[in-house]
Design a protein around this ligand. Sequence first.
Ligand SMILES: [Zn+2]
Ligand SMILES: [Zn+2]
Length: 298
Amino acid sequence: MLAAVLLAGALACPATGLSVAVLGSGGPIAEGRAGPAYLVHVEGAPRLLIDAGPGALLRLGEAGVAPESLDAIALSHLHVDHAGDLPALLKSANFADPPARLALFGPDGRGLFPGLRQHVTALISERSDVFRYLADWLAGPKPRLTITEVNSADPDSPRETLLVDRPAYRLSAVVVHHGVVPALAFVVRSGGQTAVLAGDQSEFSTGFDTALAGSRPGLLIMHHAIPEGPGQPRGLHRPPAQLGEAAARLGAGQLVLSHNMKRALDRQAEGLAAIGRSYQGHVTIAGDGQCFAALLPQ
Ligand SMILES: [Zn+2]
Ligand SMILES: [Zn+2]
């Protein structure tokens, strides 16, 4: 049923307002879902790809969306499950005629993790030992691929960085805490509607909590990577109880769970109960290809 809808080339996104299609609801283990990838629609038109996990290219194709038609691709961080399909997207867009231009946003580097520019340069530049044959994306004084890094040094900072400012919508980033990994959450605002894509984040994302407290997003997408209970990587991800607390703190109109890992799904009743202790709004465990509208604040 789901596959039939996707193969028909249509995501069931509303024709008006702000909505987000979950192209990939899983990652990083091969458990039958694409890695995180979100297609932001404004007035029914796909405008932004947030994250490019493995399977994003396939899901975009199923939706009938060419990567080069998008205003921008924004990567929350450079873990494989969120960025692995980037070279495949660039290769696909290389077939566009006239040659495509793309805008790419993501975190700067810190410690073990190179920033977005170094990451992309290592993959596709003239000096790359990986996909050097894609180097024309970065060639010339005005490269067809523009790379913008967001300062991700301080997850305690409540600063929002504006990345895309269009008449119909704005995209901004907030730094989050995801272990030692430079990482971002994204906020999209259009008219009176707001969607927050929280990305991979731990409960130590105090800047996110402060920046967005009471912001009442009509859609909050958070990552359901670990179950309640001990023995989980708490410094990387929020357990369900913390997802509920964050949703309540923001005053979210609805909470959509993505990055659904089997270890969390196996204990989803316990997880949903933990969320429900703080958050009484609607909670959905997303599947690949589902679209969610950003509700207007009540
Ligand atoms: Zn991650
Ligand atoms: Zn992840």
